[in-house]
Write a protein that binds this ligand. Structure first.
Ligand SMILES: [Zn+2]
Length: 338
């Protein structure tokens, strides 16, 4: 009997440790006694909330999709669903990129949760056709299933029911500022006691965004050419429009493909030669193989641009932010446009 009891205790301890490890894998502090739990689906919202919350230990912030992954292939785990359901504030983007969100919000009991579709706070545009980009099929087949009546988040569906809005909203500084302001208001709503701190933190962050914006604008003002070439997908249409640039790319923003056809490569290569373009871009989380191939063929240079679609694991560990990553783009844009 005694031996059995010991085995039982050992097993019980192993299970508890196992659960602890499982919950730790998400990369966020687990089992905290935080007063407020805030969950953001994508990196930009997470980063803005991190800046707004500052050092307030009463708030636990979770980056749901997590660093180093393609946001388009994310699907919430059972554990993620619990995090959403238990949160005081849940922020998501929606659209094609987060088509899981409507279903999840329909199925969970989120009565105690403030739910923010952050795309509702900026002027969204429809997905534009990108010069050079290969066609891809949109998966819209389950759109009609979302429409349940009486749901509290019903009001945002009007805008998103086409599923074709460009969800990469965070790439323009103008939108980033709108997002920070909306998220700051949301934090005030769940924790009004700290309103002043949230406001101050948000204002400080907005000042940093404006600073990067003016540095990029300065490069754009002094440009000698207007076209950026992405040998990759191109999730920066809001950025391109904001700075009035032109773009050619292998794929549009939400393509999950990474291997362009020989025809696409040839098209981009010709463009580079014709317009004497010095830099071929590829985005974060991509090794840049295609960009390097084109660069070698044309005598130009392959460089990585940060679209902030997601952040690499290393950059995440180093605490990189929207501002610090966008700052990296300054040098890239200088070489690409001047
Ligand atoms: Zn995308």
């Amino acid at each position: 009997m005694k031996a059995k009891k010991i085995v039982f205790i050992v097993l019980a301890i192993a299970i508890v440790i196992g659960i602890g490890i499982a919950f730790g894998i998400g990369g966020n502090k687990n089992k905290s006694n935080a007063k407020y739990k805030v969950v953001a689906s994508n990196f930009a919202s997470y980063d803005f909330l991190r800046a707004i919350i500052g050092d307030n230990k009463d708030v636990e912030l979770t980056f749901l999709i997590g660093p180093g992954k393609d946001a388009h292939s994310y699907d919430p785990t059972a554990q993620d669903l619990i995090k959403i359901q238990d949160s005081d504030l849940f922020v998501y983007v929606g659209g094609e990129m987060e088509k899981w969100s409507d279903k999840v919000l329909d199925s969970l009991d989120t009565d105690g949760t403030e739910i923010i579709c952050i795309a509702d706070f900026v002027d969204t545009m429809e997905e534009k056709e990108v010069d050079g980009a290969e066609e891809h099929e949109h998966d819209h087949k389950d759109e009609d299933e979302h429409h349940e009546e009486g749901e509290e988040h019903e009001e945002h569906e009007h805008e998103h029911e086409e599923g074709a809005f460009d969800e990469h909203i965070w790439t323009s500084p103008e939108n980033a500022i709108k997002m920070v302001n909306a998220l700051e208001k949301a934090m005030e709503k769940i924790d009004s006691e700290n309103s002043n701190t949230y406001k101050e933190n948000a204002d400080k962050y907005i000042a940093q965004i404006k600073d990067v914006d003016s540095k990029i604008q300065n490069i754009v003002d002094n440009k000698v050419r207007n076209r950026l070439i992405f040998a990759d997908k191109m999730p920066m249409q809001y950025f391109i429009d904001y700075y009035k640039l032109e773009v050619s790319a292998a794929f549009d923003g939400c393509s999950t493909e990474t291997e362009p056809s020989a025809q696409t490569i040839a098209y981009l290569q010709n463009k580079v030669k014709e317009e004497k373009i010095p830099v071929i871009l590829y985005i974060e989380l991509n090794p840049g193989t295609v960009a390097n191939t084109i660069a070698n063929e044309t005598g130009s240079k392959a460089m990585q641009i940060q679209t902030l679609h997601n952040v690499s694991l290393d950059d995440f560990k180093n605490g990189e932010t929207w501002v610090s990553l966008m700052t990296r783009n300054i040098d890239v844009l200088k070489k690409a446009l001047q």
